[in-house]
Design a protein around this ligand. Structure first.
Ligand code: UD1
Ligand code: UDP
Length: 378
């Protein structure tokens, strides 16, 4: 009988990063998926489910307007309990650092079901940055039995916290698996046509710790950038969070700043591939950009993804107005620098992460005899 793996996710980035794994699990000889979505996000989750053709077995439908962290945590905990009891899976797989991740791992632990943590071991060791994700991820580590670290550095973080090396597998990040299926040279969409021939800066900003003054500074910097460079257009697919939208509509009114709805992932990836620079406070986009040969200015003071900073493709600019304006100007003006930093090998993955994760689970259960080789890009 196949081992039954309950895959739980609830937000856009988790969905994008779990989708390749779900689709690979469906093909496995030894394992089968049960898909549970918490719907911590609604519209932004549904976009991804549709794009990857995934129909969840269970939908907890927890999202509500202006939800709080306690609300998400308690609703997920309460609603998933009966499903874990009824399905009695062999393992619950969670992803990353959201409140869905932590609450689902906790619920599995309460039922004494093994937990596998995808994208384990990323750390800033700063309790409030990213907030609350740093502690969500750390607490999920404590609850997990198997740890799928995307990079060697993530593995080392776990080893330093006395996680047993037997339980850690270095797999690469599944977001690169997703990207390999979405970005194609033949891609055509009306979304891009309007901006043909323009230098595009792609902006995304949504982090809780950036809401308020930091986001206001980011938006003021955007205005200065378009006023300085007449050939530049800034495209901002806005997160659905009403707090983000309110700030954006107040501070980003300019004819060359386009506020648009969240893009379907296929559109977003191909759009990113056609843009010149990406400015973002997102986690996943930092991992995707090196594969697209795009430099990223990271709108955060710290990152749990330092590999890209070391390779040069990511630069931490925080939310300081001058730093954002100066760093963007430098990239727009200095072609040599631009070329140097945008052509690096992706340190986060090679597109084979889902397969490695599945082999690791099979190895854990003794279904295959050979331990999968760790991902390394060196
Ligand atoms: C969440 C995650 C964050 C992740 C981000 C990805 C937590 C604590 N945060 O943050 O780690 O980086 O998702 O985007 O888990 N909303 C909608 N429709 C949607 C999605 C959101 O209306 O499709 C609204 C919600 O009602 C909510 C607000 O946006 O009030 C914020 O959503 P929430 O999931 O609480 O936090 P995010 O900032 O999205
Ligand atoms: N993304 C998308 N449409 C958009 C903006 C982002 O599909 O309009 C994708 C992006 O490619 C990445 C993921 O969403 O894979 C990042 O999600 P988000 O920024 O919401 O979360 P984070 O990565 O910060 O947790």
């Amino acid at each position: 009988m196949k081992k039954r793996i309950m895959v739980v996710f609830g937000t856009r980035p988790e969905a994008i990063k779990m989708a390749p794994l779900v689709n690979e699990l469906k093909k496995s000889k030894h394992l089968e998926p049960i898909v549970v979505v918490t719907a911590q996000h609604r519209e932004m989750l549904d976009q991804v489910l549709k794009a990857f053709n995934i129909t969840p077995d269970y939908d907890l439908d927890v999202m509500r307007a202006n939800q709080t962290l306690s609300h998400i945590t308690s609703r997920v905990l309460e609603r998933i309990e009966s499903i874990i009891k009824e399905e009695a899976p062999d393992m619950v797989l969670v992803h990353g650092d959201t409140t869905t991740t932590f609450a689902a791992a906790l619920a599995a632990f309460y039922q004494e079901v093994s937990v596998g943590h995808v994208e384990a071991g990323l750390r800033t060791y700063d309790k409030y940055a990213p907030y609350p994700e740093e502690l969500n991820r750390q607490m999920t580590t404590r609850l997990s039995d198997l740890h799928f670290a995307p990079t060697i550095r993530a593995k080392n973080n776990l080893l330093n916290e006395n996680v047993s090396s037997n339980s850690i597998f270095v797999t690469g990040n599944t977001v690169i698996d997703a990207l390999n299926t979405t970005v194609t040279s033949s891609y055509k969409s009306g979304v891009l046509d309007e901006y043909e021939g323009k230098r595009i800066i792609l902006l995304t900003a949504h982090r809780r710790e950036n809401l308020g003054e930091p986001m206001k500074r980011i938006f003021q910097a955007m205005k200065t950038i378009v006023n300085t460079h007449r050939d530049v257009v800034i495209i901002y697919p806005m997160h659905k969070n009403p707090k983000v939208r309110e700030l954006a509509s107040k501070y980003l009114n300019h004819e060359r700043i386009q506020l648009i709805e969240p893009l379907e992932v296929l559109d977003f990836h191909n759009f990113a591939a056609k843009s010149e620079i990406i400015l973002t406070d997102s986690g996943g986009i930092q991992e995707e950009a090196p594969s697209l040969n795009k430099p990223v200015l990271v709108l955060r003071d710290v990152t749990e993804r330092p590999e890209g900073v070391e390779s040069g493709v990511l630069k931490l600019v925080g939310t300081d107005y001058n730093e954002i304006v100066n760093s963007t100007n430098e990239l727009l003006r200095n072609e040599k620098l631009y070329k140097e930093i945008s052509n690096v090998e992706n340190p986060y993955g090679d597109g084979q992460a889902s397969i490695r994760i599945i082999e690791s689970i099979c190895y854990f259960y003794g279904l295959i005899s050979e331990r999968p080789k760790d991902f390394s890009n060196s």
